[in-house]
Design a protein. Sequence first.
Length: 420
Amino acid sequence: MNLFAFGINHTTAPVAVRERVGFAPALVPRALKELVTCTDVAEAAILSTCNRTDLYCGLRGGRGESAIEWFEHYHRISAQEVRPHIYTHHAAAAVRHIIRVASGLDSLILGEPQILGQVKDAYQTAQQTGTAGRALGRLFQHAFSVAKQVRTDTAIGSSPVSVAFAAVTLAKQIFGDLSARTALLIGAGETIELAARHLARSGLTKLIVANRTVGNARRLAAEFGGYALSLSEIPLHLAEADIVISSTGAQEPVLTAQQTAQAVRARRHKPVLMVDIAVPRDIESEAGGLEDVYLYTVDDLHHVIEENRRGRLEAAKQAEQIIDAQVPRLMGWLEAQDVVPLIKALRVQASSTRDEVLLKALAQIEAGKSAEQALRFLANTLTNKLIHQPTSALKTAGADRDHNTVNAAKTLFKLEQIDD
């Protein structure tokens, strides 16, 4: 089984490309079932977040071209549009890639902790769908173990640096004191919950949470003393918000430029900060062209993130050393799996020979021969049968000066060189 990983992330593709190739969570199981019908793909898992779309495959052969072609066809995007942005990793490089992803070393926010949970969810979905077999199972479990070691043995997660933290940091840079500000959070997932916590710690006291499932919005809003809305109610309350942070899984914008313009007029052109963390984007990009609207996407948060990144670089170096030591362990296990069928065949052959000779020895005892005679027959015959094929192959190798086979025999049977 050959491991193969490919995809795009925030370093290789702009948000305009990333949002076209994301997988909605509800559609991942069906996509996985399609993916494993590709010529070379035996196992598969899909990780799709706002900053990356990764596909992890166990290949029965080839280099994964059929998987990439399926990816393009599934998203109805041409090779010319997406290939320049795709990275590919095989074998040890694929192992290294998923460990770095799970450890937060390949994230927009270096060391951010949310990605490990997202990788675990991706594996669980593949398991439940039946597309994660023995190879991917071992790969993901190893990645989880190493990611935990990285968290434990380094300071990679010592300070709060996430996309949500960066969004709140940006709000503080623009407004200063947040205690008199109102924030509208669109969505109710982990990123929005983190944003709510950071806002509360920064002194913000008025919070509005809008979500497709109002019950989830109420739960989150109640924790911070805010109130909840449905997505359809956003236009009625948008003018109240000084800060809008959005992160939903919607495939179409939940907030239009027209709705934003109406809210700005109602606010008498008081500035509003909008941070669209979602991919695909939740807020129409045209809203950013409106006067008094400051719209940022995940790609615009780099300058905020870079300040935090510098503090984690030393920890990242230590993490890379841990990964360097752990990648060969999994590769050794994977490579050992290639000879498992051979080992099974060897054992079956030896067992068959043993049973054949044993029956003959037992027949000799029944015919009146002594146990000693039967045991001597058993030992001699079994020895001759077991070493016949290796002996014959070694004679041929010697005649052909096939030194590789001769040396392999010395290693396999732990033989010392005998000089005549």
